[in-house]
Structure formats: structure tokens, C-alpha cells
Design a protein around this ligand. Structure first.
Ligand SMILES: [Zn+2]
Ligand SMILES: [Zn+2]
Length: 121
């Protein structure tokens, strides 16, 4: 029966603390792994949602293409600076029209049409 008491004493002193610590660490690691997994899933969902959105047909002047007429002139109202301070910072604005003509030369890439992804999940 002697060995039993030795084991018990060992357990009471350092052994028990060590076992408890190991179990706690294992549980915490599992929890962290689960959190990481959830994070990856969330990022994947955001990426999938972003890929499903059709791109906005924006002109180079940052206005929607619907704001342009057939000649390509932009009809969006914009603020035009009329006075500047010594640091060239605009002081006053006046309502004006965006003077964008839209790009009328050859288009190197289609700006409006983006093909749907074929390998959808
Ligand atoms: Zn424009
Ligand atoms: Zn514009």
C-alpha cells in the first residue's frame, strides 16, 4: 500500500497542479482554434458576397454613367472652387456642372461590363 500514498502525495503537491494546468491549456488552445476557424469562415463569406456584387458603372469623374448624356457630357452638379487662400486651399465654392466629357477614344478594357464568375459555389 506504500506506493499508493506516494502517488497521492505527488498528486496533491505538484502533480495535480500540473494536470489542471495541462487541461486548462488544452481547452484554451481548442477555443482559440475555434475562434480562428470562425474568423476564416467570416472572411470567406465577405469575399463571396463581394464577388456577387455587380460593379457600379462609374465614370472616371467618379459619377455614375447614368449621369452622362449620349455625347458623354456629365450632368452631375459639382462644387467648383472660386476662391483660394495663400495655401491654395479652396475658400469658396460655387455650384457648377461637372465638365467631364467621358473618355471617347478606344477603350483598352471594358469599363462597364464585367462577366459573371462561372465557378460559383
Ligand atoms: Zn464622367
Ligand atoms: Zn462627372
Amino acid at each position: 500500500m506504500d506506493w499508493f500514498w506516494w502517488v497521492l502525495i505527488l498528486f496533491w503537491t505538484g502533480g495535480f497542479a500540473w494536470v489542471a494546468d495541462t487541461v486548462r491549456t488544452a481547452l484554451r488552445n481548442r477555443h482559440e482554434r475555434k475562434l480562428e476557424l470562425m474568423d476564416v469562415e467570416k472572411q470567406e463569406r465577405i469575399a463571396v458576397e463581394a464577388s456577387h456584387q455587380t460593379p457600379e458603372p462609374l465614370c472616371g469623374c467618379t459619377h455614375h454613367l447614368a449621369k452622362h448624356d449620349k455625347q458623354g457630357r456629365c450632368h452631375e452638379r459639382v462644387e467648383v472652387a472660386t476662391a483660394w487662400d495663400e495655401n491654395k486651399k479652396p475658400l469658396r465654392y460655387e455650384a457648377g456642372q461637372c465638365n467631364c466629357q467621358q473618355y471617347v477614344g478606344p477603350q483598352p478594357l471594358s469599363q462597364v461590363y464585367a462577366e459573371d464568375l462561372t465557378d460559383r459555389i
